[in-house]
Design a protein around this ligand. Structure first.
Ligand SMILES: Cc1ncc(COP(=O)(O)O)c(C=O)c1O
Length: 406
């Protein structure tokens, strides 16, 4: 049995000085309270250690940020080199120009790029750019899709008012009839459609685009003068180094990246077509740390290594091996499983487990055996998951499934 004593003690201290102790998606109540770590100590490759010294094979990759594995030596060396010269200045550094050039070279439709820190910085900014470009107010989004913690899109909770969402209209994923109804209803008023490359709602199986879904979205946006925004924060550079629109065969006007780009260093980016460059130049974009050079040095190295080492191919292979091993273990223990979404970011559910109670028990059992999984969020594979790591994880999962039956 693992001990989480130091995690619990830190959490007790935190609760006195931090609202909720730990907030957002890493709050214990949103994961496995009492049965998993609350605080991390260090990480390397596909493993991390918590403050109690427990070691885990990580299938969350810092919620997707570790594309190449934590503390990748070459990325850390590039960022440390820049840190010696400085991180924050009165001006951007040449790295910003290089990184914009690199993204414009990688993403086929991109003519320009800008940088911020978090995913929500750029998803929200892209909607402003679309509004500036079109002179329209309305935004269509997929119902239940997450685009960040800002008031227009935060999933429930407090602090937002109806007016924040007056011009935001949702339609169900893959439902072209509902989409066309909204386009008809608000014709001439819609600035943007924002979508992820596949649907990955919280507490729900992932759904891939139905044949023709993106083609129709794209054709309608072109015809109606609507800006199509791809929120590629979660899957960007994990499915295709040129952006996830290539995996699903469509072309947006703007795209947002974050998690994988910095391999743990804080940076996000938006890229866009030439036609949107004027509007992009008119929408104010800044933040105290948004020009920081160290994350830009890291991102440049991440993209270089990802290309050189075929990170996308390696992640797909690791994901396929993981799924095959997991499915075999589940069959052995008579558990009906459903893998949904791409193998690089799978969402796994058990049959007849609508409240995720079985998933919770299973993830706790896996955690106790050194494998970190999340009961109701998609998982992430990274290029640091080698065959031996996957096989070790599958053996632990097999044991965890056995323990569930006991
Ligand atoms: C699809 C998607 N969009 C936007 C965001 C928001 O990113 P951030 O938390 O960095 O603001 C996330 C974060 O998980 C995401 O998955």
């Amino acid at each position: 049995m693992l001990s989480f004593e130091r995690s619990a003690a830190l959490f007790a201290r935190a609760a006195r000085v931090i609202p909720g102790g730990i907030y957002g998606h890493t709050a214990p109540a949103a994961t496995m309270p009492g049965r998993s770590p609350y605080y991390a100590q260090r990480a390397a490759g596909c493993r991390y250690w918590d403050v109690d010294g427990n070691e885990f094979i990580d299938f969350l990759c810092g919620y997707g940020v570790h594309l190449l594995g934590a503390q990748h030596p070459e990325v850390e060396e590039a960022s440390a080199r820049q840190a010696r010269d400085g991180n924050a200045f009165n001006h951007p550094t040449a790295l910003m120009v290089e990184l914009a050039e690199r993204l414009v070279g990688l993403v086929d439709f991109a003519d320009w790029a800008v940088f911020a820190k978090n995913g929500a910085d750029v998803t929200s900014w892209c909607l402003q750019v679309a509004r500036e470009h079109t002179g329209r107010k309305k935004v269509l989004k997929i119902a239940g899709a997450y685009h960040g913690s800002h008031a227009w899109c935060a999933p429930g909770h407090g602090g937002w008012i109806d007016e924040d969402r007056v011009h935001i209209h949702g339609f169900p994923w893959n439902d072209l009839n509902a989409f066309h109804d909204l386009v008809r209803q608000h014709r001439g008023q819609i600035a943007a459609v924002i979508t992820t490359a596949f649907h990955h709602p919280a507490f729900g199986a992932s759904e891939l685009p139905a044949p023709g879904f993106f083609a129709e979205l794209e054709a309608t946006c072109r015809r109606e003068g609507i800006v199509l925004v791809l929120d590629d924060i979660r899957s960007g550079f994990r499915l295709d180094l040129g952006g996830s629109h290539r995996t699903y065969g469509f072309t947006p006007d703007l795209a947002c990246y974050c998690k994988a780009l910095g391999n743990g260093h804080p940076i996000s980016a938006a890229v866009g077509r030439a036609e949107l460059k004027r509007a992009a130049g008119h929408v104010f974009l800044t933040g105290s740390y948004w020009n920081s050079a160290v994350p830009m040095a890291a991102a440049l190295k991440v993209l270089e290594i990802a290309q050189r080492d075929d990170a996308v191919g390696r992640i797909a292979q690791a994901g396929a091996r993981f799924r095959a091993g997991f499915e075999e273990a589940a069959a052995k223990h008579g558990r009906a499983l459903r893998f949904s979404g791409p193998d690089a970011l799978p969402f796994v559910t058990f049959a007849d487990d609508p409240d995720f109670f079985l998933a919770q028990r299973f993830c706790q059992a896996a955690c106790a055996r050194g494998v970190f999984l999340h009961p109701h969020h998609n998982w992430f594979l990274g290029a640091a998951h080698g065959e031996a790591d996957i096989d070790q994880a599958v053996a632990a999962i097999d044991a965890a499934l056995g323990a569930l039956s006991d």
